[in-house]
Write a protein that binds this ligand. Structure first.
Ligand code: AMP
Length: 288
């Protein structure tokens, strides 16, 4: 496995792949890798001749009061996991590689998908995500990039970014990988103590309530489903940021859950447990 510690290293490696005529896949991450990331890696290897994992804790997507400094950094373990999983190259840019001080900043944004939900709670977050994803896609020039549905709004934003900027890359999305009890794997889970891990199951249980109400009981009122989700989360001592049902592609609010929603609806939840903020989501089918 090649460890590419600078943009120059990446460019040399990428030029080598081009010379060989082989395809390249990219899995962008912020490190602290877990099985969720590694399943993206497996898929990437299925879809491309060479798989690159980028590990970069992107400062521009963190707000001033967020956990950029506290974000887990476990590089040695990450490299071991990547090697064991057959990753061909890991790209570890420095902040100055991605944001050189002498370069005039360009802003790329997807305003209609970024204002609400995570964007409302984390102002500027998606501007940072768009900027770093655009930079990584330009620098690595992969034929395919693999993302998790765990960050559902981010996935919608990235798809829109790539489509509107006509970037020649396929975006592949994978379902959320969960612990046996349902908790979505997340780099931030390591900050949960034993009691909080139990409380964190409130997210998954809220999504399951939504699934039962929409798919089995054919609920039609989004507000009723959202209230039920909030109640479950609150009963797990979670501080609810949001618990909503939205259109799965536009993330628009819904007046009614109706069969015309052939792509289903997405339930999105976010909550805090002490200092730890967790998000999750589930795609729900709407009965015909
Ligand atoms: P992060 O390192 O948190 O920025 O995540 C990097 C990529 O891994 C993103 O595309 C995430 O959506 C994805 N990811 C994170 N957690 C999971 C999970 N539990 N299952 C599947 N994908 C995940």
């Amino acid at each position: 496995m090649e460890v590419l510690s600078s943009l120059d290293d990446l460019r040399r490696y990428r030029a080598g792949l081009a010379a060989l005529g082989v395809t390249c896949g990219l899995v962008p991450t912020m490190g602290a890798l877990h099985e969720g990331h590694l399943q993206l890696v497996d898929r990437c290897r299925d879809l491309a001749d060479r798989g690159v994992v980028s590990i970069f804790v992107n400062p521009t997507q963190f707000g001033p009061n967020e956990d950029f400094d506290r974000y887990p950094r476990t590089l040695d373990a990450d490299l071991r996991l990547c090697e064991a999983r057959g990753v061909d190259a890991v790209f570890l840019p420095a902040v100055t590689d991605v944001y050189p001080p002498d370069v005039v900043a360009v802003q790329v944004e997807v305003p209609t998908l970024s204002a609400d939900l995570e964007g409302a709670i984390r102002p500027g977050h998606f501007a940072g995500v768009c900027r770093v994803v655009a930079k990584l896609l330009c620098a690595v020039a992969p034929q395919v990039a693999v993302f998790g549905q765990k960050d559902y709004q981010q996935l919608c934003v990235v798809r829109a970014l790539v489509a509107d900027l006509m970037m020649p890359v396929r975006i592949e999305a994978l379902p959320t990988v969960r612990e046996p009890g349902g908790l979505a794997l997340s780099s931030r889970n390591r900050y949960l103590d034993g009691e909080q891990r139990q409380q964190a199951l409130g997210l998954y249980k809220a999504l399951q309530i939504a699934r039962t109400l929409v798919e089995e009981q054919a609920a039609v009122e989004p507000e009723a489903v959202e209230a039920a989700m909030r109640e479950v989360m609150a009963s797990h001592q979670m501080q609810v940021d949001y618990a909503v049902l939205r259109h799965p592609r536009t993330l628009a609010t819904l007046d009614v859950i109706e069969p015309a929603l052939t792509g289903g609806v997405v339930a999105l939840v976010a909550a805090r447990l002490g200092q730890v903020r967790l998000i999750d989501n589930l795609l729900l089918a709407v009965p015909a």
